[in-house]
Design a protein around this ligand. Structure first.
Ligand code: ADP
Ligand code: MG
Length: 292
């Protein structure tokens, strides 16, 4: 590729809000076979809302929500913001928390008013010896609706099943269609529940799902997708997407994401609109075609 044609291609991309941070990226993109996307904050808005909060027998809903939200004021996870907002919306004053611990990919715990409170994914409960089978029907139904189920335990007893729902960005369905029109496979990589991930993938027509990935597991997920010599582009926004952005044949960061994701990427999509991905690939193909 000549420097001039690369300049023309990157200039055209820049007009569309697609920033090539590395020159080679324009040449690599045209060879991509699989586009793998992070779910939360990439396919979705990354702004979940509380949709369901069902307590076990013997637990008071308002009191349990208050304990959960108090704990979550110490977490920066988007799920935490949803729970705190819901409790504040109910006009609840929150409690002081001692010994707060965040376990990435699992959940959070702490001591409130002499009680031990744990909030998180199913694996967080299992790890702490809490049986969640009494909510297995609810969890499956919530997952099938594309909602993310999580749980709260108080003093070692299962207190509630909670669900949050993170809306899909309005621009995402069109972007997936455009990727398919380019003949590419589309995959989703997420730390979220498998049923939830599959429900969202079904809605969007996504071909492959890698779910329940721990924060340091996205790199392995990208390696698996690359097997058989497939060229993989990964798109993400979060701190835990940074290693996968480097591991992929080409990494594209959502400009609304974290600094570390942007630094690790070859290409930055200035807006959150994923239509930048098929556009960038089309520009890559056109540029290289002109050269040859
Ligand atoms: P994702 O970005 O896909 O949600 P994470 O690795 O951040 O992936 O989290 C995985 C899962 O762990 C979440 O879907 C949620 O169930 C649970 N989790 C993580 N942090 C929290 C938190 N602060 N409160 C409740 N659950 C949490
Ligand atoms: Mg994300």
């Amino acid at each position: 590729a000549t420097p001039t044609s690369i300049m023309v291609g990157t200039g055209r991309a820049a007009e569309l809000g697609i920033l090539f941070q590395k020159g080679e990226a324009l040449q690599t993109l045209r060879d991509v076979d699989v586009v793998a996307l992070d779910k939360t904050g990439t396919l979705t808005k990354g702004k979940p809302e509380l949709t369901d909060f069902v307590v076990s027998a013997g637990f008071d809903r308002a009191e349990t929500l208050r304990l959960v939200a108090s704990l979550e004021t110490h977490s920066e996870h988007p799920i935490a913001e949803a729970l705190v907002a819901a409790a504040r919306g109910d006009g609840q004053a929150l409690f002081e928390v001692l010994d707060f611990v965040a376990a990435p990919g699992y959940g959070v715990s702490g001591r409130i008013d002499g009680r031990t409170v744990l909030v998180g994914a199913d694996r967080s409960m299992t790890k702490n010896g809490i049986d969640i089978s009494s909510f297995s029907h609810q969890a499956a139904a919530l997952g099938d609706e594309g909602k993310s189920p999580l749980y709260a335990a108080i003093d070692g007893r299962l207190a509630a099943i909670i669900a949050v729902s993170d809306p899909i960005k309005e621009t995402t369905p069109q972007a997936i269609k455009a990727l398919h029109a380019l003949g590419l496979k589309v995959a989703m990589i997420t730390g979220d529940n498998r049923r939830t991930a599959q429900a969202i993938a079904r809605q969007l027509g996504i071909d492959e799902v890698v779910a329940e990935v721990l924060p340091d597991g996205k790199i392995e997920a990208v390696r698996t997708l690359r097997s058989g010599g497939r060229k993989v582009a990964f798109i993400g926004d979060g701190i835990n997407d940074a290693p996968a952005l480097s591991e992929a044949d080409i990494g594209l960061a959502v400009g609304t994401g974290t600094d570390i994701a942007i630094e690790s990427a070859d290409v930055v999509l200035m807006s959150g609109d994923l239509n930048g991905v098929p556009r960038a690939i089309a520009i890559s193909k056109a540029t290289i075609r002109n050269i040859r």
